[in-house]
Design a protein around this ligand. Sequence first.
Ligand code: SF4
Ligand code: SF4
Length: 454
Amino acid sequence: MSSSPAFDSDHPPSSTLIAACVHCGFCLPSCPTYALWGEEMDSPRGRIYLMKAGLEGRTAMVPPFVEHFDACLGCMACVTACPSGVQYAPLIEATRGQIERRFERSRADRLFRSLIFALFPFPGRLRIALLPLALFQYVARPFSASAGEPLQRATADAPKREGGKGREAALLVRLRAMLALAPKVTWRSLFTSLPERTPASGSRRTTVALLTGCVQRVIFPHVNRATVNVLAAEGCDVVAPADQGCCGALALHAGRLDDARAWARRTIETLDRAGIDQIVVNAAGCGSSMKEYAQLLADDPQWAARARAFSARVRDVTELLASLGPPRAPRHPLALRVAYHDACHLAHAQGVRQPPRDLLRSIPGLEVVPFAEQEICCGSAGIYNLVEPDAAQQLGDRKTSHIASVQPDVVATANPGCMLQIRAGAARQQQTWSVVHPIELLDAAIRGTRVPES
Ligand code: SF4
Ligand code: SF4
């Protein structure tokens, strides 16, 4: 393992942003890892302190230093909680950028991360990978973690961090976590596609370009279909370019900054070609990263201005619908108790909390039921539930218990990772509710159809 200085001069975390932290600790109760372990260095304040120590040469880039940043979910609950306006997102992204570029991970860790980044951003590869997985999942389900066996049992031989946390989960455990999270897929769902242009019903209010997402389009194509249905019913022409790729969210949040910049340039190029004023996204992680393109490409003289203009046009689908004014399409009643889970990259990173709730409350008969710890992450967090499966499962179980306590009929959340994570938690706790995207409920209400099952 390397014992080089914590940071080199290529985009280290900003000392100015670090200095904004006044060590008040208001962020601690909202931090999921602090809630789990109660350790200062696994809190936002502790991580910012570590960054400062790294900049001042008081620590090297050694495994314990890296582990505290690997354990961070990047959920940005600390940003919401901080009264001093500390910008944690650029701090953790710069820190992770240094770690990914300079820290020598174990061979198993490198292999697993390479597998993730060779697969998920590429819908074609993901489709092919899911074909045998679907069969394997069917055959192996009785033996998999989703059948209720705690992952911790399987991590008994894995190295431990202080305090009993898994230091670096074994490859086998990670693969089992991946299997437990795997969605139900069918041949039809894997190979369905959207039309490139869908006209508005009635008179057109606006035209939007839809990001179909690399994971969303393969695993949740029905969410994209429902998004197009609702937008068209509300008077939007919808353009969905078929040649769009990954937006770079997974790479950005994991610190693979060169990859994230390459995906960002490609996404801007593809969606700009559609020549449309507003870019609509239905996946919280994707929307958050596309709104960050301005910062991501700020040092690129050829792209900086274009990225700024692009980011300013990105809207979550619930934001876009709210901006259209009073709903146009009549809603059929849905007599349901719905637990709405705030995806962190929608609520904390984008500050979008009210539009999804307003969207749900526009459906007659539907009741949105609050539950405890709504600001705490479910443990999904991009690739977190794959690379840190123990902590992710503890957070998933905690979230599931809080949701179960209010006995909803349906759980709604606006991010594919959260949907998979909460479904896996529900399966472990033998809960039977469906987990859907809010737009699926609105689509069902507008079309007068049944709510889709998980
Ligand atoms: S991003 Fe989330 S996990 Fe990381 S320090 Fe902030 S609150 Fe904690
Ligand atoms: S709330 Fe903000 S200022 Fe206070 S310790 Fe946390 S990050 Fe620092």
